[in-house]
Design a protein around this ligand. Structure first.
Ligand code: FPP
Length: 239
């Protein structure tokens, strides 16, 4: 367990830089994603060790379908292989896995892997690992608006009574606390359609390191950065 005073309950990471990592080494982009899987394992171990309760990883955005077909297929295969291969080890570490995103577009093979890992790890109580896969925050908000519009049309709630709580409850993250700390590796400073609603009061951190090089030491350094942050949620905190 970490000795820092403040540990974020929910860390969300945009894992960026796999392609550049591969290019720097004269390798195929696929090999960057393969190395990225090792960094995923390391991040999970670090999160458990630090006492983080929720770890959300942006593994595949809805926009990523526009990548070359060979790369999309490689990521899908890597995802399935990892998800199948790691289930028992994750369960042993007390990690519960949830896949967040629209389950359209996926082959029956991918759907059955998703269901399998979610059930194998359902009892995990140390950390919930949320893998955002075929996720887009704007799409998530459009779907939430549709859900609420249906509830209004069915007379369940009045349009003018729709609150932030109703909206949050209609999102894919309904039972997940908002992220406290959002990390994006590789020095890029943008959210790229990730948790746009939920990020309202998150702290941000943009280390230069490429995702495959984001090891346990880098995770611990990020925790130390967070511990120094002063979160005011728009209020004035009296000294
Ligand atoms: C971003 O780097 C990375 C991705 C879009 C894919 C991430 C996927 C994995 C780490 C593998 C599968 C995941 C799991 C959870 C098993 P990039 O390709 O955009 O890098 P670049 O900006 O340097 O080109």
């Amino acid at each position: 367990m970490n000795s820092l005073k403040t540990i974020p309950a929910h860390v969300a990471i945009i894992m960026d830089g796999n392609g550049r990592w591969a290019k720097q080494r004269g390798k195929e982009r696929y090999e960057g994603h393969l190395a990225g899987v090792d960094a995923v394992r390391s991040a999970v171990r670090s999160a458990v060790r630090n006492g983080v309760k929720w770890l959300t990883l942006y593994a595949f955005s809805t926009e990523n379908w526009a990548r070359p077909i060979a790369e999309v297929e490689a990521i899908m295969q890597l995802f399935c292989k990892t998800v199948v291969g790691e289930g028992d080890e994750l369960a042993r570490q007390g990690v519960r896995v949830r896949i967040m995103g629209e389950r359209t577009h996926f082959s029956p093979e991918v759907i059955s892997m998703i269901e399998r890992i979610e059930s194998t790890t359902a009892e995990g109580d140390k950390l919930t690992l949320v893998l955002a896969f075929n996720y887009s925050a704007r799409r998530e908000m459009v779907l939430a608006a549709q859900t609420l519009a249906k509830r209004v049309a069915e007379g369940e709630i009045k349009a003018e009574d729709i609150s932030e709580e109703h909206f949050s409850a209609a999102l894919m993250t309904a039972d997940i606390p908002d992220p406290d700390f959002i990390i994006r590796t590789s020095g890029e400073c943008r959210l790229s359609n990730f948790l746009l609603w939920q990020a309202s009061y998150a702290e941000f951190y943009f280390p230069e390191v490429l995702w495959p090089d984001f090891g346990e030491e880098e995770f611990d350094a990020a925790m130390a950065v967070y511990a120094e942050r002063d979160r005011r949620y728009g209020k004035v905190i009296e000294e």
